[in-house]
Every structure is written in structure tokens, then in C-alpha cells.
Ligand binder design. Structure first.
Ligand code: PGA
Ligand code: ZN
Length: 440
């Protein structure tokens, strides 16, 4: 009933209007195909699995994915047809073996992830169960290694101001986010974030900034002089919406420091001043510590660049007891890199993006490893997204505890938030984790 019969792929477009991969996987005895759409990052980590692009400058700036489609329809389909899609782990192992490279560079992580996720969708349909329940089944063997409670609605960290590579260099740091830690349900959490977002638009306009234009993930993209100014404006908006900063709603940052790190220095723009501040790792850590002292910050992602492991150790010593330190570009959802971080006492949390590693099984391995080591996982979307909402179901099925999808506007973001609203209402036995996740 779940034997793979046919696999097809097509080129579709993501939220930045760039081509990406959609896979349809058919199993015997089920008329409907399982379908998955693959997202794409802009501030990608150097150690991510490889997204295969055509490189044909004559078409769509070389961003076409026809080679990846050929790989799905050809080599991958030939290897997988006849396998039982119910054995997700065997299927993903086969995909990794078939590719044969550590970064999935030969067949493309976009081709491989599309197939891996489409198989989960196809088996959910064949078994006539919701995707979230099928993902719970696949997660089960991993869950035994960790005490994570299942069916937790995740605490969202929601983008308010966008900078870095997501908004045209208006601001060095990539995201200022809010975490609705005091809310009583996912629905209330999301409603609060919408209120803050609306107030922030007004706050920006009143302060003389552009309060309408948004970055890739829907956060506002005003031209700001410093990261501190961006944080202050978000804090003002939290207050304007009637909440206590650090009470009901706290602040998070994605510094994405790798993307302003050159030749061993962190080069921070000073808009209007025509010059840059050149900080070493110690000075950037000092700056982050000052921000944590001054503002209600509970989470900092990629506070330092990739592969400055010594710097990361110092950052963790200085702030690891007070705030969540997330490795995104640092760990790239890779179990081997996360293991190295855990052994070196670096960071205390990991961003989990399925397309950074390329299969569902490896994504679950990273999640299980994080949970077993007491590192908090945060399931995350990419800046280039689609209407695919699999990560919402994944967050609930694994009890990951936190999710990062972008802002509260743009339908590629809302597809996931709306699915979480649906799950909270319709899935039996869900619980709301709220701010507890940051204390546990
Ligand atoms: P990306 O951004 O998808 O462009 O990598 C998301 C993030 O850095 O968290
Ligand atoms: Zn990031």
C-alpha cells in the first residue's frame, strides 16, 4: 500500500520569485501524490548542504533548478521506486548513499529534501492520517532518546525589523524579533505579535522612518543607524501595544554575524557617518552584553561568525546563563557540527532548518541530539519560502518547543502560522509551552 510507484518534480517559484523544487511522490494504492516544496535561504551558512542550481546565466540568472528536477525524475526515482515509503529512515539513507557526497552536492539537497518530505506526505495520505501524526510516527524512534513531551505548540519568535541580507543593507543585524513569553495559548501569542507589528509600523512612521516597506520575511526594513536603535523601536512598539517588555513579551535577535565578518573583524556600518566600526570578537561580545543589560533580550542567534569556536566559547561563558544562544550558520542543522558544539560548550540552542541538511531523518537526528544534550531546538523557515507548511506540523510532532517563521505578514509565513492555529484547535491533546521553554 505504501510502495513507491512514481516520483515527479517541477520547477515552481519561491517568495522571492526564484525557482525552486516541488516533488510529487506516488505510492501504490493512493490516488493522491504526496507533495513537498523546498525553501531557500539568502544568509546561507558555508557548511549547509548544497542547493543545486543550473548555473545557466542565460536563464533566470543561473538560478533554475532543472538539473535538480532531472536528478529526481531520473536517478532518484530509479533507486527509490519499489521501496516502501513507510520506512522513512531507509529511504533517507538510500538518498544519502546515492548522492555519495557529504554535502549532497551531486544530486542537490533541494532535490533530495523534496523527495524525503514528499514521502512523509504520501504515507500520511496512504494511511489516511494527518501529516502531524505521520511525523509523530517517524519521530518516535528518535523521541525515545529524549524526554521531549509531544504535541507541544511551539513558542514563536516573530520578526519585527529585518536587516542584513534580507533587507538591502539597511541595518547590520538581520532580525529583531519578539517572543510572546507570557501568553496563554498559541492563538493569543500570535495575536499579540500582530498587535506589536501594527504598533511598530505606527511607531516607525511617527519617528520619521519608513514604516511600510518590508524585508524578505515581512519584517519592517527601515534605514537605521545601529542595532540598538532597532531594538529600542521594537521595545517602544511592545509598550505602545500595551505590553510590558520583558514581562508579556521579550526580545530576540538574529545577529547573523557571519555576514558582516571580514578578515577577522566585524564591520558595522554607521549610516550617515560614512565610516564603519571595526570590532574584534571581544568587542562585539561586549556590545551584545551591553544590549542584554539594557534591553529585555532573551535570545541571540549567530552572535558571532561561523567557525570562530574560541569566540563562541567566550560568548557562551559570558551570556549562556542569561540568554538563549542559538547556532544557525554555526551548526547548519548538521548532527556532526552540533556534536562538536556540545562537546566544546558552545551555544545552548540550535536552529533547525530541514533544507540545511537535506533529509527528514537527519533533521530529526539533529533535533534528538539537541534535546538529549539540553540544547533547545528552534524549528525554522528560510527567508525564501513557499506555501508548504510542513515545518509547522514538524514542530508539533517533535515537541521542539520553539519556531521561527518570519513576520506576521506575507502568505508564505502565514501558511505555517495558520497551520499552527489549526493544530491548536483541532489536534487532540495539544499543550502550550509558552515562556516555560526558555526556563526549562
Ligand atoms: P536565511 O535566513 O533563510 O536567509 O538563511 C534565516 C536565518 O538566518 O535564520
Ligand atoms: Zn539565522
Amino acid at each position: 500500500m505504501t510502495i513507491i510507484q512514481h516520483i515527479d518534480a517541477r520547477e515552481i517559484y519561491d517568495s522571492r520569485g526564484r525557482p525552486t523544487v516541488e516533488v510529487e511522490l506516488h505510492v501504490h494504492g493512493c490516488a493522491q501524490a504526496g507533495r513537498a516544496l523546498v525553501p531557500s535561504g539568502a544568509s546561507t551558512g558555508r557548511f549547509e548542504a548544497l542547493e543545486l542550481r543550473d548555473g545557466d546565466r542565460g536563464r533566470l540568472d543561473g538560478l533554475g533548478v532543472r538539473k535538480a528536477l532531472t536528478n529526481v525524475r531520473g536517478e532518484i526515482a530509479a533507486a527509490l521506486i519499489g521501496m516502501d515509503a513507510l520506512d522513512q529512515h531507509a529511504l533517507d539513507r538510500r538518498l544519502c548513499e546515492l548522492d555519495g557526497t557529504p554535502s549532497k552536492a551531486r544530486l542537490g539537497a533541494n532535490a533530495i529534501l523534496g523527495v524525503s518530505l514528499a514521502a512523509a506526505h504520501a504515507t500520511a495520505q496512504a494511511l489516511r492520517i494527518p501529516l502531524v501524526e505521520r511525523l509523530e510516527q517517524i519521530w518516535q524512534p528518535h523521541a525515545q532518546a529524549s524526554p521531549a513531551p509531544a504535541r507541544l505548540l511551539p513558542l514563536p519568535m516573530v520578526n519585527m525589523i529585518s536587516g542584513g541580507l534580507h533587507a538591502g543593507g539597511n541595518l547590520d543585524i538581520q532580525d529583531v524579533l519578539v517572543l510572546p513569553v507570557g501568553s496563554a495559548s498559541f492563538r493569543q501569542a500570535f495575536e499579540w505579535c500582530v498587535q506589536v507589528y501594527t504598533c511598530l509600523g505606527r511607531t516607525l512612521t511617527a519617528a520619521g522612518y519608513e514604516g511600510r516597506l518590508v524585508g524578505d520575511e515581512g519584517g519592517y526594513g527601515p534605514q537605521l543607524d545601529t542595532g540598538a536603535r532597532a531594538i529600542e523601536l521594537v521595545v517602544e512598539a511592545i509598550e505602545a501595544a500595551g505590553f510590558r517588555p520583558g514581562g508579556e513579551i521579550s526580545v530576540g535577535l538574529d545577529v547573523a554575524a557571519t555576514h558582516f565578518y571580514h578578515d577577522g573583524r566585524y564591520r558595522l556600518a554607521m549610516h550617515g557617518a560614512g565610516s564603519r566600526r571595526n570590532l574584534d570578537a571581544g568587542q562585539l561580545i561586549d556590545e551584545l552584553c551591553r544590549w542584554v543589560d539594557a534591553y529585555p533580550i532573551v535570545s541571540i542567534e549567530d552572535g558571532l561568525a561561523v567557525d570562530v569556536w574560541d569566540g563562541w566559547r567566550v560568548l557562551t561563558e559570558r551570556l549562556g546563563e542569561r540568554v538563549q544562544l542559538i547556532g544557525d550558520d554555526l551548526f547548519v542543522t548538521n548532527p556532526a557540527r552540533l556534536r562538536r558544539g556540545i562537546e566544546a560548550n558552545v551555544a545552548n540552542s540550535v536552529l533547525v532548518k530541514p533544507n540545511q541538511i537535506g533529509t527528514l531523518t537527519e533533521t530529526l537526528e539533529t533535533l534528538a541530539l539537541a534535546m538529549a544534550a539540553g540544547y533547545r531546538p528552534v524549528i525554522s523557515a528560510r527567508s525564501g519560502e513557499t506555501e508548504d507548511s510542513t515545518i509547522a506540523d514538524l514542530a508539533v510532532a517533535t515537541g521542539a518547543g520553539q519556531i521561527k517563521i518570519g513576520s506576521v505578514v506575507r502568505s508564505e509565513r502565514l501558511a505555517k502560522y495558520n497551520q499552527l492555529l489549526r493544530l491548536e484547535e483541532t489536534l487532540p491533546g495539544t499543550q502550550w509551552i509558552g515562556g516555560r521553554v526558555l526556563r526549562g
